[in-house]
Design a protein. Sequence first.
Length: 176
Amino acid sequence: MKENINTPLGDGGIDDRLWEFIDGQSSIEEGSAIEKLIETNKQWKEKYHELLELHQLVQASALEEPSLRFTKNVMEEIAKYQIAPAAKNYINNKIIWGIGIFFITLIIGFLIYGFGQVDWNAGSDNKLPIDISKVDYGKFFNNTYVNVFMMVNVVLGLMLLDRYLAAKKKKLQKEA
């Protein structure tokens, strides 16, 4: 059962009926009744002009539709590019070996320095010659030679990383 147009409907009812009127979906009777309300009622008139302006903006800014071959064109463009190879093909084993050698050298350097700091003549009984509780770790990290060794290794590691990234960038530019 339809509500009477002359009854106060609130914003939702006014909006719905005005949209139907603007879109041309209302019946002839309702259309003439809404026209009368627009002419006589200030609220209906303001709402009508607001919705009409919005309707005109939407009509003016219609979006462009893609061509009928749009999907096919996109798929053809994607097909031109190669599929990413398996990880085994694009990981350079020389770089992995270089990083491994860098860390092994670092560990060996620390071990050689640590064993060089141990006093091997200190204990004569069958115990281990190293008393770990008496080892001064401050000597290891406050020594100039250790600091220089660590800085050289860090610089070498950064140089290795730079060469790897430059080679990767060059390879990507060559493919493109």
